[in-house]
Design a protein around this ligand. Structure first.
Ligand code: ACO
Length: 309
């Protein structure tokens, strides 16, 4: 869906969207598709690239805020589609930071020896919780999924460190008020459009910039790394200006930053694994490279991962 398609829906302009966000297009899932359908496509590719069968997976973690149903977990739907009969599965709700939260859990469970092959997926069908009459949010989001498989290694590489953080005091900056136990689905919640994303964009923007700048600096410092040693920054794809501010804080040249929000918009928990996949596929990541992943989203939540590839 292009920016000119958006112009036909709401009072917006191609120029405004590009200048304020960097987004040119977003992908919208078919009406019949739910999060597990997208997760399934991404997971099949991940299994194939890892040379594994679905039966090899012993845990499935799906990061999503647009699960197929309130329950069961989307991870269980995905398990069923894949035939991953030896796995347990659960979902993680940390909005745009969800994939990194999932990776954090996987990292701990692999390092503790409790699991050996964990499928971590970020999958979102945000188009289904987007208010297509609200120009302040509908231009921003897109649908997508990405997947990784995490396992142990004896080599001198892997996930070096992770940080996850949240601050529930600012929950109201970004939320979906309806459909949960606070405001269960009713005619009234539907009439009031409470099942859609509500965001105080400008306030969220300011907190995101400040928080991410502090987070990336802290992540590198704690690992004794200088930003010049980084090969690639893979940020959550919410807004080009937020990404630029983070890169500037690290004095990182922009060719070391993965940006694909122009094509996909903000796909929440899916954005980092999609960007990671594109960086790998295009040869931007080589063995031994230091790469930094970071995300910020509703909750508020934020997270980072430093990886030696
Ligand atoms: N087209 C045209 N004008 C618009 C549009 C639009 N689509 N949307 C808003 N405007 C107007 C506003 O009404 C406002 O007009 P006013 O000055 O007359 O009141 C003006 O543009 C400026 O609006 P701001 O909200 O101040 O614009 P800003 O520069 O902050 O950009 C944006 C808005 C893109 C939403 C930005 O704030 C942002 O990216 N915020 C962070 C989003 C984010 O990172 N969220 C966390 C992750 S998402 C998740 O967790 C699911």
């Amino acid at each position: 869906m292009s920016n000119s398609d958006m112009e036909k829906l709401v009072d917006t302009s191609e120029e405004w969207i590009i200048e304020r966000t960097g987004i040119k297009e977003r992908r919208i899932a078919d009406e019949s598709q739910a999060a597990s359908d997208l997760a399934y496509e991404a997971s099949k590719i991940a299994l194939e690239r890892a040379g594994l069968q679905a039966e090899d997976i012993d845990l499935i973690i799906v990061a999503t805020v647009t699960g197929d149903m309130p329950f069961p977990a989307t991870a269980c739907f995905l398990q069923n589609k894949l035939g991953a009969v030896n796995a347990a599965g659960f979902d993680i709700n940390a909005t745009c930071s969800g994939f990194l939260y999932g990776l954090y859990v996987a990292d701990g469970l692999i390092k503790s020896g409790m699991h050996r092959k964990i499928l971590v997926v970020g999958a979102e069908v945000l188009s289904k919780i987007t208010d297509w009459d609200d120009r302040t949010t509908c231009v921003l989001f897109g649908d997508g999924a990405g997947a990784v498989i995490v396992g142990p290694t004896e080599e001198d590489r892997g996930i070096l460190s992770m940080h996850i953080n949240s601050d529930g005091r600012m929950w109201d900056l970004l939320h979906v008020p309806g459909g949960g136990s606070r405001n269960p689905a009713s005619k009234e919640t539907i009439d009031k459009k409470l099942h859609y994303i509500k965001m105080k964009g400008n306030e969220t923007f300011k907190v995101a910039v400040r928080t991410l700048e502090e987070l990336v600096v802290r992540t590198l410092e704690e690992n004794g790394l200088d930003s010049s040693q980084l090969s690639l920054l893979i940020p959550h794809q919410a807004n080009l200006r937020i990404i630029q501010a983070t890169a500037d804080r690290l004095k990182l040249p922009f060719d070391k930053v993965v940006v694909n929000l122009d094509k996909y918009g903000n796909t929440s928990a899916a954005s980092i694994p999609i960007a990671l996949d594109e960086a790998v596929a295009s040869g931007r990541i080589g063995k031994g490279d230091y790469i930094l992943l970071e995300a910020f989203g509703g909750g508020l939540t934020w997270a980072s991962a430093l990886i030696k590839w």
